[in-house]
Design a protein around this ligand. Structure first.
Ligand code: ZN
Length: 402
């Protein structure tokens, strides 16, 4: 199959949701035109021959043809109306099921069933989801734009998409034409063909052919919206990977230690690991630093979970020894005086009640080029052991999921 090459212009992201056999038709049409789509799969809706749904082999075929396979819950539940434990199953099952068919690490995108417009998503849903998938999709409400910059330093984590039906065909074609003349990416979706609230076959063929004629590629969701978390490994699931492109390091004194242990702030959170920092006396310190490229003036929220495990001198720890910190660095890598933001204590005033959430807002200066993002423990009289997990450092408009 011939691949469309990057033209530097716009693109369309065309997902199909649930498990309809129309996915086979859509795949054949896209394959014939060198286009790629994304299939958001609800395993609980598959394999029903009485209503003609896709089967496992279809997904293997779609994947082998270059299309993306993504997750759309286990049973098509309304995620905001079920318990956190029930959500865990809805989040985890499709990834496990689908990766068992097409390979570990391939399923990195999630689409909410129903979405915000049908009360199918809220902040608690996102917070529980965010370490499990690299991007998640919502349905666009009437006031939301679905036109995104195709090339961005901070691709969105939550992405709106426009539902396609026979009644908005003209709008769909207009968006394809827009993608032909500007570097935007437009996510569209449909479920089935020639049924209510879906496009007709003729609608879909008209759009696919227009895209080919104008040189607008159809690309996968993964390709359109690269994984864009600012922090690498923010749940410490991959250990203390010390050397990586983001400049992550563990920094310790002789009597301080960084390690990764089995713990989680909440059983329904994604992942099972946490960072542990320990010191044995008031000369010790231990902290984790990541450096993040930054745009001047950008405003971010840094948050996460912190817990005291053992403390010899609680007042000392509460005073200022457990900390989270953001430092601004200029183009020459020098720390810019006066722009540090430090929260002490990260644990709050009551260290005895398990995991605590911290939240810190940060606004970069006009010459900020890079920031150091630190979580740490320093110089505690008598020593201490604390843990961090579920870190979040993203533009403030994306909310606070730590
Ligand atoms: Zn659906």
């Amino acid at each position: 199959m011939q691949r469309l090459t990057d033209t530097g212009r716009g693109a369309i992201v065309l997902p199909m949701d649930d498990a309809y056999a129309a996915m086979r038709t859509g795949t054949n049409w896209m394959n014939a035109r060198g286009q790629n789509g994304t299939f958001y799969i609800t395993p609980g809706l598959m394999n029903d021959v009485s209503t003609i749904k896709i089967v496992d082999q279809d997904l293997i075929d779609f994947h082998n043809a270059g299309h993306e396979i993504a997750a759309h819950s286990k049973t098509h539940a309304n995620m905001s109306l079920i318990t956190a434990a029930e959500r865990t199953v809805e989040y985890d099952y499709p990834k496990t099921y689908l990766e068992n068919l097409i390979g570990a690490g391939t399923v990195t995108t999630w689409a909410y069933p129903f979405g915000t417009g049908s009360s199918g998503r809220n902040l608690a849903c996102d917070q529980q989801l965010y370490l499990g998938y690299d991007r998640w999709l919502d349905m666009a409400m009437t006031t939301n734009s679905v036109v995104y910059p195709r090339y961005s330093d901070t691709p969105p984590l939550l992405i709106n998409r426009l539902a396609w039906s026979a009644t908005n065909q003209a709008q769909i074609l207009t968006l394809v034409r827009k993608a032909a003349t500007s570097a935007v990416v437009v996510p569209i979706l449909f479920h089935n063909l020639d049924t209510a609230v879906n496009p007709t076959r003729a609608n879909v063929l008209e759009m696919l052919d227009l895209a080919v004629a104008l040189g607008v590629p159809l690309i996968t969701t993964q390709e359109a919206f690269p994984a864009s978390r600012s922090l690498l490994n923010p749940g410490f699931e991959n250990g203390l990977d010390g050397v990586d492109p983001t400049g992550r390091h563990a920094i310790t004194a002789a009597n301080g230690k960084c390690s990764v242990v089995t713990d989680t702030p909440a059983p329904e959170y994604q992942g099972t690991k946490a960072l542990e920092l320990s010191t044995t006396d008031n000369a010790g310190y231990a902290y984790i630093r990541q450096q993040v490229q930054f745009l001047p003036g950008r405003q971010d929220t840094f948050s996460g979970q912190c817990k005291a495990v053992s403390v010899s001198n609680a007042g000392n720890l509460i005073a200022d020894k457990a900390f989270v910190r953001i430092q601004s660095l200029d183009y020459g890598q020098a720390v810019i005086a006066g722009l540090d933001v430090k929260m002490t204590p990260a644990l709050g005033k009551d260290i005895g009640a398990g995991w605590k959430k911290f939240t810190l807002d940060f606004t970069a200066g006009q010459s900020t080029k890079t920031v150091n993002v630190d979580v740490g423990l320093q110089a505690t009289v008598g020593g201490a052991v604390i843990r961090f997990d579920h870190l979040w450092f993203e533009p403030k408009y994306l909310g606070d999921l730590g």
